[in-house]
Write a protein that binds this ligand. Structure first.
Ligand SMILES: CCCCCCCCCCCCCC(=O)SCCNC(=O)CCNC(=O)[C@H](O)C(C)(C)COP(=O)(O)OP(=O)(O)OC[C@H]1O[C@@H](n2cnc3c(N)ncnc32)[C@H](O)[C@@H]1OP(=O)(O)O
Ligand SMILES: Cc1cc2nc3c(=O)[nH]c(=O)nc-3n(C[C@H](O)[C@H](O)[C@H](O)COP(=O)(O)OP(=O)(O)OC[C@H]3O[C@@H](n4cnc5c(N)ncnc54)[C@H](O)[C@@H]3O)c2cc1C
Length: 697
């Protein structure tokens, strides 16, 4: 019932295609042949070769561990090359395009991607990867990511039979129209109505108020012909709450809005380039009629006579599409985070500052302990999110199979885990991309570093598909100790256990880590429960409301425990390749001890560890950073990203950063003329006026 598209995995190796540039854009030194020869010679040097030589593990095997299988590495490799070598998929000029140009460029790329998918007869897995490497948000994300899964999950067999082939062949383009101007988080508060008219066997879709205007759906603004619209179902005078309906919005002949439909784009968004390639839209209905069979009727139906019938399944299955997308957002978090970290690690190995008193070489900034303590936990988090994402995908698949067999026992667990992991991984990733920008110093602030755009594209992930705070509160309201909450069954032990750690090395023992994280999460949850019951003499809801800031922290502790646990489980598996397991073990420890250090207050306040044990964890963390240092560049190489996909002059595989930065500057439209436009209007008169004044003195 929750079926959606297949999940894709990341990958790729370097493959840089430099776009051809007009002569007048060239930096001055490139106009001389000696200069360009020099540049060419420089480009053939691998400035990071020395870094790669210090790696103590087999990078090719680490690529397999990261991607999940040899097959996954291979497919991703082919798709990334395909995209990187195709000039239509060029993206280095994206931040310089106007909104209209950017949108047209997105339409062009989507159409070209589809053409290649059809021509090359790509499989679903290959097509998903190809779209991922095109790396430009657009209507296709919502078409494949939400419209199709909504019909698969909530449509009957007949409805799927009718609509999916149209969607699969792009004969219709769909979006997911749930959020309104007045309500997003509170789905039950949506106002759009779908009133059944038994006389005509139709639903009348209507937007009764301004706040009921659909607002935000991606792909709605300009591209979609259809939408799955969420509206209050009213029949026989009774409001049955939110249900999904397939509604045609635009003519399939000339793309004009159908009668009664008003729609457009909601306007420019944060950052240049970035999510502005997406046409997030506004939509209003004025008594638009659709046939009864366009209500998605897998979970509940309205009969010809107008009788409402609800199947014997939990009504929350209506939210299945959101659960599906949330679990893919967790997988995406590791992709975005690993991209930022790859850029910051490579650049930190190239960048040198200070440290040469006697004319010798300066210090690579990656050698500064502060740089390591800021960067290596993010590197470890990228791996941690990758593996927890794989586990979540497994959980989702498992729940989906159970639901097919009408077993709803794991539904709540899946909801809680996807909601909590979505919230934690996106919040950490958004902050981490910004940290990576700072780790790259001034150059990180340039669009050509790739980081500003990555940040601007990524941050809305903290809001869309459920605001992170709202989702964490969902997790905090979970009741039964099942699945990932099973450790709560050990309440008596975990409430009084004392950590046995007595040396820094003791923190390398996964059992010590696991116990500390379990005890912290459990004690925080128990403290919350006690405080809620004390705060709420009359009603539990009042106590929940009162203590919700503490509940958020308890929910985060629970999710961090899940991430640590899944990383430990991963490292316990058989992992082939020289040194690969050892590196993953080190990263797992970095992740866990970093979280412990960062949230030391929680661990101390709940009495799970002593201040001395906290200090020992930090001591061990420093040792682990030293262990990661010689492997750092190889560990980001294992993400296997092309230069095209990274889209960063600072993160280039060859580390040849400075000529690339220099060259990139000349591509800016401001450099199209030597004397800027506006000089004669504003600058010259100003200067002349001042000169005249001075000459009169
Ligand atoms: C490859 C694919 C890639 C795709 C990427 C696409 C690109 C992405 C681009 C961006 C695209 C962005 C696209 C977009 O942004 S699409 C719009 C996304 N919108 C949201 O995410 C809205 C967030 N709000 C909600 O989900 C609900 O309103 C919440 C959950 C907050 C409350 O809910 P509700 O109002 O009903 O009230 P209740 O709290 O009393 O809950 C009642 C009961 O229901 C249970 N419950 C709640 N939820 C679920 C659930 N899901 N499964 C199973 N159970 C669930 C709950 O535990 C409780 O159980 P119990 O305690 O009674 O036992
Ligand atoms: C880029 C982008 C793309 C989107 N794409 C789509 C799409 O394709 N289709 C679609 O239907 N929607 C889409 N959305 C909408 C998105 O799902 C909502 O914006 C999101 O669910 C948050 O809801 P909201 O805007 O109502 O936030 P609000 O709920 O208004 O949040 C405002 C603040 O209130 C807080 N808050 C709200 N409720 C509570 C509570 N109970 N307790 C404590 N704090 C609370 C939040 O934490 C937040 O700080 C998109 C949004 C964005 C930004």
């Amino acid at each position: 019932m929750w079926r959606g598209g297949s999940n894709t995995r990341t990958c790729k190796r370097r493959f840089f295609s430099s776009p051809t540039r007009s002569r007048h854009h060239r930096p001055p030194y490139m106009l001389h042949s000696r200069g360009s020869q020099h540049l060419k010679a420089m480009a053939e040097v691998d400035h990071l070769a020395a870094e790669r030589a210090t790696a103590r593990f087999d990078v090719e095997e680490m690529k397999v561990a990261w991607a999940g299988s040899r097959h996954a590495v291979h497919v991703a490799d082919r798709m990334a090359r395909l995209v990187a070598s195709d000039p239509v998929f060029r993206k280095d000029n994206r931040t310089m395009l106007s909104r209209k140009e950017l949108f047209k460029d997105t339409l062009r790329k989507a159409a070209h991607a589809w053409k290649r998918i059809v021509e090359l007869r790509l499989t679903e897995e290959e097509a998903d990867l190809l779209r991922q490497y095109v790396d430009q948000p657009g209507y296709v994300d919502l078409h494949w990511g939400m419209f199709v899964p909504a019909i698969k999950g909530q449509g009957t067999e007949e409805q799927q039979h009718k609509w999916l082939p149209l969607a699969y062949k792009f004969q219709i383009i769909g979006c997911y129209a749930q959020t309104e101007l007045g309500h997003g988080s509170n789905v039950q508060g949506l106002e759009t109505t779908a009133t059944f008219d038994p006389k005509t066997d139709e639903f009348v879709i209507h937007s009764p108020t301004l706040t009921s205007s659909k607002w935000w759906p991606g792909g709605l603004g300009k591209a979609s012909t259809h939408a799955v619209v969420y509206a209050r179902l009213i029949t026989e005078g009774k409001d049955y709450g939110i249900h999904g309906f397939i509604v045609q919005l635009r003519s399939l002949e000339d793309h004009s809005p159908l009668p009664g439909v008003t729609l457009g784009d909601i306007g420019g968004k944060f950052g240049s380039g970035a999510y502005n390639s997406m046409d997030n839209g506004v939509l209003r209905f004025d008594h638009v009629r659709i046939p009864r069979d366009q209500m998605l009727m897998r979970l509940s139906q309205v009969t010809r006579e107008g009788k409402y019938v609800h199947s014997n399944v939990p009504k929350q299955l209506l939210y299945g599409t959101m659960v599906y997308v949330r679990q893919s957002i967790v997988a995406d978090a590791s992709k975005a985070l690993s991209r930022a970290v790859c850029i910051a690690v490579r650049y930190s190995a190239v960048r040198k500052q200070f440290g040469s008193q006697d004319g010798g070489p300066e210090t690579q900034v990656l050698n500064y302990k502060t740089q390591q303590s800021r960067l290596f936990p993010l590197l470890a988090s990228a791996y941690a999110f990758r593996f927890v994402g794989d586990w979540l995908n497994w959980l989702y698949t498992d729940v989906t199979q159970k639901l097919e067999a009408k077993d709803f026992s794991t539904l709540q667990e899946a909801h809680a885990c996807t909601a909590g992991l979505k919230a934690v991984t996106t919040s950490v990733t958004a902050d981490a991309i910004e940290e990576c920008r700072k780790l790259c110093g001034g150059h990180g602030y340039l669009n050509s570093s790739g980081l500003p755009e990555l940040f601007a594209v990524y941050v809305p992930a903290c809001t869309y598909e459920g605001d992170n705070v709202v989702l964490l509160l969902q997790l905090a309201s979970g009741k039964q100790p099942v699945g990932t909450m099973a450790y709560m069954g050990k309440v008596q032990y975990l409430m009084q256990c004392k950590s046995a750690v007595s040396s820094a090395e003791d923190w390398l023992n996964p059992d010590a880590i696991q116990e500390a994280f379990e005890a912290r999460a459990l004690r925080m949850a128990v403290n919350c429960a006690q405080n809620i019951s004390q705060a709420a003499s009359q009603e539990e809801a009042a106590g929940f409301y009162e203590r919700s800031p503490d509940l958020l922290e308890a929910a985060v502790a629970h999710i961090q425990l899940i991430i640590v646990t899944k990383f430990i489980e991963k490292v316990h598996q058989e992992i082939p390749g020289h040194g690969v397991k050892e590196q993953l073990q080190a990263l797992c420890n970095v992740y866990a001890l970093y979280i412990l250090h960062k949230h030391l207050g929680d661990f101390l306040a709940t009495g799970c560890i002593t201040p001395r044990q906290g200090a020992l964890a930090n001591e061990q963390l420093g040792k682990l950073y030293a262990q990661v240092r010689p492997n750092a560049v190889a560990l980001v190489d294992a993400f296997n990203y092309t230069d095209h996909y990274l889209g960063s002059v600072l993160g280039r595989y060859d580390g040849d950063v400075y000529p690339a930065l220099y060259e990139e500057a000349w591509k800016d439209p401001l450099n199209e003329t030597v004397v800027p436009e506006g000089y004669h209007e504003y600058l010259r008169p100003l200067i002349k006026q001042q000169q005249l004044k001075l000459s009169r003195l």
